[in-house]
Write a protein that binds this ligand. Sequence first.
Ligand SMILES: [Ca+2]
Length: 213
Amino acid sequence: MNVFTVVALCMASLVSGQHPVLEADFESSLPRGWHTIGMPRLVDGHRGRGVLIDRGDAIYVQAPATLTNGFEIEMWVMHRAEMADLHFRELVYLYHDTEDLANRICLKKRIGTDEILFAMSDGGPAKGHEFAGDWYAMTSGPLQWPAGTWHHLRIVADPAAGRASLHIDGEQVATAEGSQFPAAAGTLWLGSWSGRSQAMAAFDDFTLRAVAD
Ligand SMILES: [Ca+2]
């Protein structure tokens, strides 16, 4: 049974880079506009309640049009298992695809590693799970997250500057330059993509901001 009911969606200013365009604190429900696959449920969060994306679960939302101009996305995440025990799993934290179902933004822990990948592209055929060429692509380096600990993920992308960065727990861990960028708003998947490669994690305080004009 899905515990989510529908309440407010924050659709704040689309102009300022300071105001969230899309946010979810998961205090009592999934905000309006978000959809579910499986049975994601509310659990103890980083601040109040959070949402658990477990096996077979996914939540997703229409991405705001401003995404194509650049973005800053933040979220808190907590695994019940330590990272070493998740080494051989692919864990998707954020996945963006367009109508052709080709991936455009990917934030995930690669299978067989303890590091997070952040990558983007613009179009053309689906490129699978590896990223190369003039895509923006960067990795965090090994992570040793103990079980039950909350961590902050932040990705920033500015196509006008041709630059993107990955930040973990307040520190910039990687940057990349590139020329490809999502050209369509598409769909944002949090904690999974189409119910596959679940993060097996709790999420809290998801926020998407537009880049400053
Ligand atoms: Ca919360």
